[in-house]
Design a protein around this ligand. Structure first.
Ligand code: ASP
Length: 340
């Protein structure tokens, strides 16, 4: 290593699998994980001018099969790497669950160094593979002091998204990631990181042990839907998140079982619309947000159901206090500001 390289920031890269690490071994058999973290890094010579990289493969799975314990262990490992001198960290994984894993990492990340999650929409062996460009942009972001103090960021297609807003909004496009309602917080352009907005960070959660993870059900309201799943969930989960209709509404026949469930376990009320805050003081009819919140449901603010489930899971897993879930949402939703 020459002197110039020794002065570059040190970035830890950990791979979990996903399309970014997948190839198709035989035509017609479909892609599966096959590329290691160091192979990924070595395939991008431009990285050598940006950072010294410590790369390791942690798993080689499609992101649908990732689990809470794996992500929490990875957060702890990367925090240790930062304590030991890394100036930033990058996680490569599948895109299917990235909006949830990035938010989970964000909620526990207790370091000022940037933690960046990236992946790819096209396999490593496809024409126009986006993985190398995404990893280059992710390392560029993780190596930049401007990205410090912002928690976990998702970098895809040269856009930088806050973990708490990012959403996979297309099955196949390389521009699949969006932050509905807020837009990306920045971009990587001409090899530089440009930020246009900031989310204020809130107190991170202690990392719970993998064994003690609460079980939280996510239910989406559908036109004229019955309450069979709700009633099953009320008896068997530690918490429930519902994505209500519109501003946070349910059919009249949902009210009684929902309020009964809220007496047993924390029940969070979100919206299935995908953008905007749950209402709190607009409607008063049976099944309205006012009736549900008055009956003990916790408002999700503008977190969608997937993100609210991650937050509720951590809140229940890290505290026995009956009010911990409500406090976790009040603190993280009320304090959520987007300062340009
Ligand atoms: N289609 C996925 C991806 O983009 C597979 C996965 O999430 O692992 O990586």
């Amino acid at each position: 290593m020459d002197n110039k390289q020794a002065e570059l920031p040190l970035v830890s890269v950990r791979s979990l699998g996903g399309t970014v690490a997948m190839t198709t071994a035989e035509p017609g058999r479909g892609a599966s994980p096959s590329v290691s973290a160091s192979d990924l890094v070595e395939s991008i010579p431009a990285l050598q001018g940006i950072a010294r990289i410590d790369a390791a493969s942690v798993a080689a799975v499609p992101s649908a099969s990732l689990e809470f314990g794996q992500l929490l262990d990875l957060a702890a490992e990367l925090e240790r790497a930062c304590v030991a001198g890394a100036t930033g960290a990058v996680v490569t994984q599948g895109t299917d669950t990235m909006e949830e894993t990035a938010f989970l990492l964000d909620l526990v990340w207790d370091r000022p160094e940037p933690l960046v999650v990236t992946g790819a929409m096209r396999t490593a062996d496809s024409v126009g593979a986006d993985g190398p460009a995404n990893l280059l942009a992710a390392v560029t972001t993780a190596a930049d002091p401007l990205a410090a103090g912002r928690g976990c960021l998702v970098v895809m297609n040269d856009e930088i998204h806050a973990a708490r807003t990012v959403h996979k909004a297309h099955t196949a496009s390389v521009a699949a990631f969006a932050s509905p309602g807020t837009g990306p917080v920045g971009r990587v352009q001409e090899g530089r990181v440009l930020f246009q907005s900031t989310f204020r960070r809130t107190e991170p959660f202690e990392i719970p042990s993998g064994n003690g993870i609460a079980r939280v059900a996510l239910l989406r309201l559908a036109f004229a839907g019955d309450t069979v799943l709700l009633e099953a969930a009320a008896g068997s989960y530690d918490g429930i998140v519902i994505e209500g209709m519109g501003g946070g509404h349910v059919p009249t026949w949902w009210v009684e079982p929902l309020l009964a469930a809220a007496q047993q376990v924390p029940v969070v009320l979100g919206s299935r619309t995908g953008a905007g805050h749950v209402l709190s003081r607009t409607y008063g009819y049976p099944g309205s947000e006012q009736q549900l919140l008055g009956g003990g449901l916790i408002p999700a603010g503008d977190l969608d159901g997937l993100k609210a489930r991650i937050l509720l899971t951590l809140a229940i897993s890290t505290s026995n206090d009956r009010d911990s879930a409500r406090k976790a949402f009040e603190q993280r939703v009320a304090s959520r500001t987007n300062t340009p």
